[in-house]
Ligand binder design. Structure first.
Ligand code: HEM
Length: 515
């Protein structure tokens, strides 16, 4: 009983304890709302010849709802071992969520049957905060293909894939190192500086500007995104009753969201005022070019009028917290492995030396750094259940029937942490990604921290570039260790927009004469 009231209270208060449970309850509530108003469930569809995925034992009527008070990593592992790599959670009488935990089944669904498993739905709370139009991340139906194509070509036009973006990231790495030098010797939380650096790179791409770290506008937007992340419990009751968004219960979410939207809208307005189609500065300009062409050629819309702001907000939200948190895990973990840090620094000294900034072309010669970042993403994936997908037609996976309009989760945590795929998965061991002679990086079929298929992360390339250059720049200049009172943080994380490490302080020491 106590556990049940804990679940209820955490749903009401938006407590953030376990990312899996939050994701599941969030998805459940979304599905609940959706099913109340629309179609599609295992019960409603015509009886298929294939069976539905098996379900863990649950309670009559409530199904598996009250299992979610436990740490879902262990529960999902238990269910996977007991009933298989694909199972169906029954939440109440009409709700079903399919969780796919097995990498082969994930490939079958999201790659081989991508036509059926590539939709998403707008979470109700975001629907109220943002509206439903103009999204890059959440659209379903044919809409997402066009928006995604626009997103891809916008990234390419802005220089992703050539030196243009890379040079900006390298410059940002240099500024970050300078800012860190000011903190040398004293314990500090690296979150603010890392988020600033990552945010700046996204700002450059999307809005054409970079901001000084102390710039009040930028401090505000970074702070708002941080607050949003802290206050976006996916268990939110707001995802069942989205009107709660307007009540004091959601002030911590609503205020930063509204502030971000109005700041970005004002920035878009400035862009509109001095827009020159012959001098495209950033993704906002590209959006306006696309709009202009649509109007002139009277072709069906890829992008929508007056919704530039939404694309910008989504790119900030999708890219900033995930990449910063991955870097924060990397710093935390390397601070706990001083021997590894020394080996990485030797690699940097041998290949780059003390002065020259790192560049992407160095990657092949720095396999230990690449492998370390891969191992960080494996052991602590920041999006443990990716983003929920929705089936657009009836389909089968591993012989199980999954009806149209079913929410399907890709359990990246399991894929990246199961002993079936990895030797001693709980051990941080970057060498698992190196060849025997340790001179090159070897990929692994279960290494999919950015998701897979047609809706895989659009920002993967950018995120990898940022992580490599920032991490290498920091280790080239500093040795870091955890402050005494942060040693207990270990590998513990907390849920928000992404799965973040608990707050910690580090102490930086400048490396001298390659020490
Ligand atoms: C370490 C950093 C990041 C991680 C781990 C990550 C992870 C993910 C994952 C797991 C998905 C869902 C994929 C799926 O359903 O298969 C996703 C989607 C997405 N990500 Fe990322 N991401 C990161 C950084 C970024 C960055 C830097 C951007 C852009 C600035 C970005 C933009 C997006 C977008 C737009 C989508 C939605 C794609 C779609 O639905 O078509 N992400 N990301």
């Amino acid at each position: 009983m106590a556990n049940r009231s804990y679940v209820a209270s955490s749903m009401f208060l938006g407590l953030q304890e376990i990312s899996f449970r939050e994701c599941i309850v969030f998805v459940t509530t979304c599905l609940f709302v959706r099913l109340l108003v629309s179609r599609g469930s295992f019960k409603k569809s015509t009886p298929p010849s294939n069976p539905p995925p098996p379900s863990p034992t649950g309670l009559p009527f409530f199904g598996n709802l009250f299992s979610f008070q436990e740490d879902m990593r262990h529960l999902f592992r238990k269910w996977t071992n007991e009933i298989g790599g694909i199972f169906r959670l029954r939440i109440g009488p009409v709700m079903d969520i399919v969780v796919i935990n097995d990498v082969e089944a994930i490939r079958e669904a999201f790659v081989e049957k991508a036509d059926a498993f590539s939709d998403r739905m707008v979470p109700p709370l975001l629907g109220v905060a943002f509206g439903k139009r103009g999204s890059l991340i959440w659209p379903a139906g044919d809409g997402w293909k066009k928006t995604r194509k626009f997103g891809h070509s916008a990234f390419r036009s802005m220089g992703l894939g050539n030196r243009r973006i890379e040079d900006k990231i390298v410059e940002e790495g240099r500024v970050l190192v300078q800012a860190c030098e000011m903190k040398e010797g004293e314990p500090f939380n690296p979150r603010v500086l890392i988020t600033n650096a990552v945010g700046n790179m996204i700002a450059c791409l999307v809005t054409g500007s970079r901001y000084d770290y102390g710039d009040p506008d930028f401090v505000k937007i970074v702070g708002d995104i941080e607050r949003l992340s802290e206050n976006t419990s996916l268990t939110s009751l707001g995802n069942v009753f989205p009107f709660l968004y307007y009540t004091p219960l959601y002030t911590g979410f609503r205020r930063p969201m509204q502030d971000i939207i109005s700041y970005i809208k004002s920035m878009v307005k400035q862009h509109q005022q001095n827009f020159d189609p012959l001098n495209v500065r950033d993704i906002i300009d590209l959006y306006m070019v696309e709009l202009k062409q649509q109007r002139e050629q009277q072709i069906p819309g890829v992008v929508e009028e007056n919704l530039e702001w939404r694309l910008v907000v989504e790119l900030f939200l999708a890219g900033m917290v995930t990449t910063s948190d991955s870097l924060l895990w990397a710093i935390l973990i390397v601070a706990q492995h001083p021997q590894l840090m020394k080996e990485i620094q030797k690699e940097i000294d041998d290949v780059i030396g003390e002065e020259r900034p790192p560049k992407m072309a160095d990657q092949d010669a720095l396999p230990l750094i690449v492998a370390t970042l891969m191992e960080v993403s494996r052991i602590r994936p920041v999006t443990p259940l990716a983003l929920p997908r929705l089936t657009s037609r009836d389909a089968t996976v591993q012989g199980y029937h999954i009806p149209k309009d079913t929410v399907v989760l890709m359990n990246l945590w399991e894929v990246l942490n199961t002993p079936k795929n990895w030797d001693k998965p709980e051990e941080f061991n970057p060498y698992r990604f190196l060849s025997e002679d340790r001179r090159s990086v070897v990929d692994h079929p279960a290494f999919i921290p950015f998701g897979i298929g047609l809706r895989a992360c659009l920002g993967e390339k950018l995120a990898r570039m940022q992580m490599f250059i920032i991490f290498t720049s920091l280790l080239q200049r500093f040795t870091f260790c955890l402050a005494d009172d942060s040693r207990s943080v270990g590998m513990k994380g907390k849920a928000g927009i992404a799965y973040s490490p608990l707050k910690y302080d580090i102490i930086l020491k400048r490396r001298e004469n390659s020490d």
